[in-house]
Design a protein around this ligand. Structure first.
Ligand code: ADP
Ligand code: MG
Length: 233
């Protein structure tokens, strides 16, 4: 994907998000306002009050998720491009997600087969892209008793190869084809923005994404990113 094309696509994606963001945020706000009004106006049994508060908290959490996904999507492209070690960025993302994995009883493993995987990119965006992918893998495992997510980093033919595998819910062929489309989500609290962002970051780096998935068995995302040739040679 050429830079110009990626940029146009990004602007389009972001303005689509901005337009519908208003609706997305207004709905939960209206719901929360309604519940507050109910609590305020009439004496209610405590369990009803608690139920309304729970629903309101969920609505607020969803709004927060939408806004933070939107912010990562709308950050300008190609700022602070630097040479960094992908293995250390992967390590810090896995650290950030470890409490989330533990909370959901999913084992999160990391295998780094080579140190000093230098790439030239915006480090924050790459971290966010990895975070979105690994978080999805963890979420795909949450119905399981024995959830396992493995992230594996190697280098081959001048490219970093990152494989994120899970033994989660898996996907049909049709679902795999929809991955990365804006707003595509099968989760009740999903935003469908996470993979749109990840795919965009990887494509901007002239990397590739391949997905192998079997419904009920699990999914692997195989990502390649060209290395920074100055440093790795
Ligand atoms: P969200 O996580 O908010 O739903 P994403 O863009 O991150 O949005 O993901 C889009 C959809 O892709 C998810 O709702 C899910 O259906 C599917 N998906 C992504 N990663 C996986 C995975 N590892 N296993 C199964 N389904 C996945
Ligand atoms: Mg996601």
């Amino acid at each position: 994907m050429s830079f110009r094309y990626a940029q146009t696509e990004k602007i389009e994606a972001v303005s689509q998000v901005a337009a519908s963001l208003v609706h997305e945020v207004r709905n939960p706000l209206t719901a929360v306002k309604g519940f507050l009004k109910l609590i305020y106006e009439a004496p209610l049994p405590r369990e009803k009050v608690m139920q309304y508060i729970d629903i309101s908290m969920e609505e607020i959490a969803r709004t927060e998720a939408i806004l933070s996904d939107y912010l990562s999507l709308s950050k300008p492209l190609s700022q602070n491009v630097e040479k960094f070690d992908l293995s250390s960025h992967l390590q810090s993302v896995v650290e950030v997600l470890m409490p989330f994995a533990n909370m959901n009883n999913v084992v999160l493993k990391m295998e780094i087969h080579v140190n000093g995987v230098w790439i030239n990119a915006n480090g924050d965006k790459v971290k966010q892209a990895l975070l979105n992918l690994i978080k999805n893998a963890l979420e795909a495992c949450t119905p399981n008793e024995d959830g396992l997510v493995t992230t594996k980093l190697t280098v081959q033919n001048g490219e970093a190869i990152l494989i994120v595998s899970d033994n989660g819910v898996g996907m049909t062929k049709e679902a795999v084809e929809r991955l990365g489309s804006i707003y595509y989500s099968t989760k009740s609290n999903g935003t469908g923005l996470g993979l749109t962002f990840s795919y965009q970051v990887i494509h901007d780096l002239e990397g590739t994404v391949k997905v192998n998935s079997v419904l009920g068995v699990g999914t692997s995302f195989i990502i390649t990113i060209p290395l920074n040739s100055d440093i790795n040679d």
